[in-house]
Design a protein around this ligand. Structure first.
Ligand code: ARG
Length: 461
């Protein structure tokens, strides 16, 4: 059979049903350029070990460049009978060089060490794309923080009013997980940069090829220590898929807030027309579809991870064809993030806040009750009693439908003699927010420092 990389020991070619099952060019063609780069490096290793003359090496590398050009402009594409990207490209090379030269290239390597290397090269490149997209997102979040230095948000726990915080503090709380995602990508890329090339099918090569030559030419670090590990492990792929899933989860958490804030009931945020969608039947609708797609796609990203982990679980060493199933999930995670992040960043950059609405709601729901308790502690009341007294004040106000600052001096004293009129000093939102000067707190002075630190961290990546 024309393009197959095997066949000598077979009396017949593969059945049509097997060929259809086995075929991977419909998704591994994105690795074509990496495959050709690997082949050029491998040719240099073959030449260094004496298996190609200097002229042959020149011809081989020129032919591989020509093949890359044909792939780039579509003159060379995978054919129906090509099993995978590797087989197709060997066919393409031999079309250029003839079999005498092209037929030499496969010595000392296997599709098993090739594919393990190529998927790393692909993911390293896309990690850089995703990194830049995340840096853009962080820039948009930081700009929103800087544009709203004093805006107040009713901070929530259990989705109930808890304590007022600065809007910038809340938005920055969505930035730090993304900073950690960037750290994860950076840490991952160290492990991903080790090179499986040279591992052959599983046992290494007997031809005296130097895998460091290949690794260096591909921009990778040292070759892996163990050829079985190098050809059979996919933890680097799984870890990358996890990072994509975690990014999805981090976007999804911010999405959920934006979706809530964008409701009529909250009314905290308005989305730009260019980053929201309408309804085909309800003319008035303006929907937060980007946030919903981010929330939905995070499920898909988790599915890609768990599917891949299930594929890897319990596989015996070394290469098994199951490993071909690693590509579609991780490629999908990459392409989902690459299409999602620009839209998501645009939505974040252009959303506008109704800060008057947020400030109006911030004191409601007795969100300053903790401030009362802490004021009492500063007066020397033990916290258990302070918590009790503050709780009684909440109950007193709740029964009368008033807010904490509204009872008269006499009413305060009736709830507890510790509740002096001066307690009203802490019953302002600004007073509450700016009293939280502890490390990482929401006081303006701390948040200003935090945003400066955030800008520094973003600039690292
Ligand atoms: N297409 C395979 C993969 O994605 C690589 C080829 C290895 N095939 C084989 N029969 N050893 O993992």
């Amino acid at each position: 059979e024309a393009g197959a990389l095997w066949g000598g020991r077979f009396a017949s070619g593969p059945s049509a049903a097997l060929a259809a099952l086995s075929k991977s060019t419909q998704f591994d063609w994105v690795l074509a350029d990496y495959d050709i780069r690997g082949s050029k490096a491998h040719a240099a290793a073959l030449a260094a070990a004496g298996y190609l003359s200097a002229d042959e090496l020149n011809d081989m590398r020129a032919a591989l460049d020509e093949l890359a050009a044909r792939v780039a402009d579509g003159r060379f594409v995978a054919a129906e009978e090509d099993e995978d990207v590797h087989s197709a490209l060997e066919r393409g090379l031999i079309e250029i060089t003839g079999v005498q030269l092209g037929g030499k290239l496969r010595a000392g390597r296997s599709r098993n060490d090739q594919i393990a290397t190529l998927v790393r090269l692909y993911l390293l490149d896309h990690a850089a794309v995703i990194r830049n997209l995340l840096v853009d997102l962080l820039g948009a979040i930081l700009d929103q923080c800087l544009a709203h230095p004093t805006a107040i948000l009713p901070g929530r726990t259990h989705l109930q009013h808890a304590q007022p915080v600065l809007l910038a503090h809340q938005l920055a709380a969505h930035a730090w997980p993304v900073v950690r995602d960037l750290e994860r990508l950076r840490d991952w890329s160290v492990r991903a940069s080790a090179s499986p090339y040279g591992g052959g099918a599983l046992a290494g090569s007997s031809l005296g090829l130097d895998p460091r030559l290949v690794a260096a030419e591909l921009g990778l670090g040292d070759p892996l220590e163990n050829s079985i590990d190098g050809t059979a492990a996919r933890d680097v792929v799984a870890e990358f898929t996890f990072i994509c899933a975690q990014i999805g989860i981090d976007l999804s958490r911010l999405s959920e807030e934006i979706i809530l804030w964008n409701t009529k009931e909250f009314g905290f945020v308005r989305l730009h027309d260019a980053f929201s969608t309408g309804s085909s039947i309800m003319p008035q609708k303006k929907n937060p579809d980007i946030a919903e797609l981010a929330r939905g796609k995070s499920g898909r990203l988790i599915g890609n991870l768990t599917g891949l982990l299930a594929t890897l679980k319990g596989l015996p060493l070394a290469y098994n064809r199951d490993l071909q199933e690693d590509k579609e999930p991780v490629f999908d995670s990459v392409s989902q993030l690459e299409v999602l992040l620009p839209a998501f960043t645009g939505m974040v950059a252009t959303m506008t806040f109704d800060t008057a609405r947020m400030a109006e709601l911030a004191p409601q729901g007795f969100s300053l009750a903790t401030d009362v308790a802490e004021w009492l502690v500063k007066q020397g009341v033990i916290f258990r009693d302070a918590h009790e007294i503050s709780g009684e004040l909440v109950r007193y106000c709740e029964e009368r439908g008033i807010e904490l600052h509204e009872p008269s001096d006499e009413e305060l004293a009736a709830v507890s003699p510790h509740l002096l009129p001066a307690v009203r000093d802490v019953l302002t939102i600004e007073g509450s927010v700016n009293s939280r000067v502890g490390a990482g707190g929401t006081a303006t002075v701390r948040v200003t420092e935090q945003l400066a630190r955030l800008a520094e961290r973003i600039a690292e990546f």
